[in-house]
Structure formats: structure tokens, C-alpha cells
Design a protein around this ligand. Sequence first.
Ligand code: PLP
Length: 397
Amino acid sequence: MNIKNNIRDLACFGGAPAFEELLHVGKPNFGNREKFLGRVGNILDSLRFSNAGPMVAEFEEKVAEIIGVKHCIAISNGTIALEIAIRAMELKGEVILPSFTFIACAHSLQWQEITPVFCDIEADSHNLDPALAEKMITPRTTGIMGVHLWGRACNIDKLQEIADDNNLELFFDASHAFGNSHNGRKLGSFGRLEVFSFHATKHINTLEGGAIVTNDDKLAEKIRLMKNFGFGGYDNVIYIGTNGKMNEISAAMGLTNLEDMDRFAGINKNNYELYRKLLNGIPGLEMIQYDENEDNNYQYIVLELDEQKAGIARDKVCDILWAENVLVRRYFHPGCHNMEPYRSYFPHAGLLLKNTEAISRRVLCLPNGSAVAEDDIYKICSLIRFIIEKSREISYL
Ligand SMILES: *Cc1c(COP(=O)(O)O)cnc(C)c1O
């Protein structure tokens, strides 16, 4: 196969890139500009920029109501939310988590000198394999971090059983899953607690932001102290803490975006269905599916490319699409265990992570969200079809 040297020959539209403007994965969704600016105006007028202001309080209330939990504590970002959550549960020793996830999951443990124990995923769900997780429990294990990857619930029921049997804390990174459900109940309401990210790339964003949601009163109280330096009152620190507070402008963005969350999910769903239709039948290409019986935000358009059948490697498809200004992403390549410091700490971790290794070499995420137009999707799909059809012709020569 000699495409390697001929990437430009594959361009459908002559010398110029297919898209004049860069088309990213994760362009922000944002709601009504006037409403946001109105809220920002109120913040400026009131001179309440942070520290338990009214916007954050309202945002927390709305999130708790949408998810159906007693407590939502807004945090400055998802990573700090994970760190605080882990510390509040007093985890130590080892925590089991998937390697096929964003690096913040591993870092939030290692940052506090807890050993992340990387566990393999199921090939179909891309989520933690409970049977394998159970096998990784040692006397040092204190918790399991499930991740609802692409917004699809991990095997909560089985993981809860294992956690209960072994006296472990179970919690979830629900960064991808805002608004999504499991058996009709919103993700965010399971385990001891769950964590959201409201980073700009997520379904609902607060510019930067995150939250911890839980039904546990005591834990919620502790988290509230921890995210505010441990201040129990004016001039009175009663606990070790950090600064994990969300600011008022972020909360204003969050409130504005929440008003449009169903509209964003609707756009995403239409895009998802259009991608499905247009990519259908391309050899070697599969798109992950969402369970239509559940609530979904459809934020992630995830392809798995079988390079034998497609006649071209995933990374080569990426290179070509980037050359056409379609900035697709190889989430979560190459897996946390293959990045530092974990690669040096656990050089043989990959031997136990067969699905992680294989899937991280196959996955390709396509642009979605309110910034992607239908026309863009037609163009992206015809590019992908062209690339693979051409590759198959060449490799058959
Ligand atoms: C985005 C993300 C995070 C980190 O959230 P930030 O708000 O960017 O710190 C953590 N876990 C997963 C799975 C994510 O996708």
C-alpha cells in the first residue's frame, strides 16, 4: 500500500482543504447570548464574583433537580472535583479504574499518592469489565472508579455488587453523561457519588467547571468544606481544604446552557442519525450506538475502524482528515497506562489490557454539537467514504 506518501492525492476537492475553517471535535455548545450577557451584567452590577454567590447556588439547585439527587456541589473543574471526591471518601492504597479514559481519572488518584490500578474494558461497551475489576482487588484496594464513557452507563449494578461484597467505595466519573440515564434513572445518582465535568468541550459547559453530586448528606457537607479551604465560618477553618470553588460567570454560563440542554441533545441526535445513515455500509467502519430506551446527550460520535477491512490504518485516516481541516480525535489513545508516569511505573500493564490496547488503536471521534451543520456532516462522510474506498482499491492492486 503506497498511500502513505500520497495523502494529498486523496483529497476530494483538489489542492485546497475540503473545509476552509477548522472543524473541531468539541466546539462548545452555548445557549442564548442575551440571557448570558444579562446574567453577566447582574454579576458585574452586584460585585458578587465568587464565594457562594447566587448564580452558583442556582446552578447547583438546577443540576440537583435535573439529576434527581439531594446535593450538587459546583467545583472549578472536573479534575479538581475528582480529586476532592476521592479525598472526601478517604480513599487510599489502590483504586481500580479503566485505562481507556481521560488521563485526569488516573492523575486525580496519583496526585494524592493513591495507586491507579488499570483494568480492561468490555469490547462492546468500552466500559469497565466488572469481572476483571473483581480480579484486581487486593488487600490495599479501597475503591472502584467507573467511567460512563461516551455517556453510556457502565455496568453499575454488577460493580455495586462487587463493591458491596468487598467493602469498597464505588463512584463514577460521569463527565460524558450529563442528562443521560440508566434504567430510566439519571446518571449522577448512582454509587457513593458521581462527578461531572462542565469543560467547554462537554455537552453542558460552564466555560471551565465541574460538580460532585451525591445523596449522602455528611459527605456533601465535607465536600463543601473541602472546596472552600475548610472554612466552617468566618475566620474559622475546621478542616484541611483546597480552592475548588466555581465562579459566578461560569455558573451564569451553566444556567444559560441548561435552559437549552434538550435542544443541544436534539441537535446531537439528528447529527448522530445523519452520520449513521451516511457512514452505513462503509467496509471496516462501525459507529457506536446509544440505547434509544434511555436519555442520551449523543455528544460523542465514535467510530471504530478495522484497518484490515478498511484497507487503511486509523492514524492515516486521521492524518488525511486533519489535512482537510476536519480535526477528528483519537480519544483515548493510547490509554492512560501508556502515558507517563504510568508507563514507567507499570511497564507491563498492557498485558492485562487487551481490549484497551486494541480499541484505542481503532477509535475515531467525529465533530458533533450545535456548531456542526448538516452540510458539514455530508462533506465529512463523503470524505471518509472516499478515503476508505480509495484505500481499498489501492491495497487490492
Ligand atoms: C473532561 C473529562 C475530565 C476532566 O474534566 P475537566 O473539567 O476538563 O477537568 C475527567 N474525566 C473525563 C472522562 C473527561 O472526559
